[in-house]
Design a protein around this ligand. Sequence first.
Ligand code: KG4
Ligand code: ZN
Length: 345
Amino acid sequence: MRVLALETSCDETAVAVYDSHLGLMGHQVYTQTDLHEVWGGVVPELASRDHVQRLLPMIRATLSSLQLIPSDIDGVAYTAGPGLIGALLVGATVGRSLAYAWGVPAVAVHHLEGHLLAPRLEAQPPPFPYLALLVSGGHTMLVDVQGVGRYRVLGESLDDAAGEAFDKTAKLLGLPYPGGAKLAKLAESGRPDIYRFPRPMLDRPGFDFSFSGLKTAAWLALKAASPSAELHADLARGFEEAMVETLVTKSQRALKATGHRVLVVAGGVGANTRLRHRLTAMATSLGATTAYPRAEFCTDNAAMIALAGHERLVAGEQATLGVLARARWPLSELQPPGQMIVQTP
Ligand code: KG4
Ligand code: ZN
């Protein structure tokens, strides 16, 4: 079976083709960063309009680069949530309509299932079960992944997502959106012991996170001092240290609690070098290993949606003719492929 997949849940327009025998045949991602940068964050209406303009040309370009025509496609997968509703509706409407026009099944895919399964795009995927730390601009979660569609959320952020906290703190430091990677760069020249910010919720049991207080602590420290390049670097370092220690400690607790031997790290913040080093050191000390999908599969992409959609289409699952899109969609509602044959809005 050959699946065309579309991803438009936030500010990336992405298209991919996945084949049962060949695996991922190709994928393309267009990121709207330039469009939103002047506003300091994603503007949902601008995101939707840009998806409308780009999606069909990208589908044509992807198919033609792979020398495929519509009759070569056996099913269409589209991200149905969670995400920005207007943006989701673009991919959902186009995906559902193309499948109808081509006479093939469509399947609605959960965006986070895509992230959780992304390491399976690699040649040597980690075996199930594994622990996944999902850290992106929209989500911070620790998930016990038993198999496809078998997910148990152990903990998540009660307020800001990790990437969101990075971006908001970066903005305070005058860095352009999205500032996570730029803050990390600045932190390299900062001293680790000047600012010791709170490690949110480490003193409580469980696996939940809270990052809004950390951002406020950085803001108060910034206001209290006279501005200088050195101060900004020290603040960035202090913030990053607090963030990394919190994520590593909660992941360590979850590895111990589940007994899993593999920790998969997904989402844009997973690109953070300090986080990667500390997570790997922690996992090694427990006799576990870490797996990082390559950068292009960590950030939003349609390859992961194609893989997840393929699993469900081959199990006979398909969406009704109605367009499925949900801004909120709890991961706990998912079931293993084939158990919910007809997806309804
Ligand atoms: O998963 P992702 O590409 O997109 C969505 O959330 O949709 O994650 C993007 C997030 C942004 O908040 C960005 O600032 C953050 O990942 N990020 C980083 C780094 N690279 C990207 N945060 C910290 N350190 C980095 N090196
Ligand atoms: Zn994402």
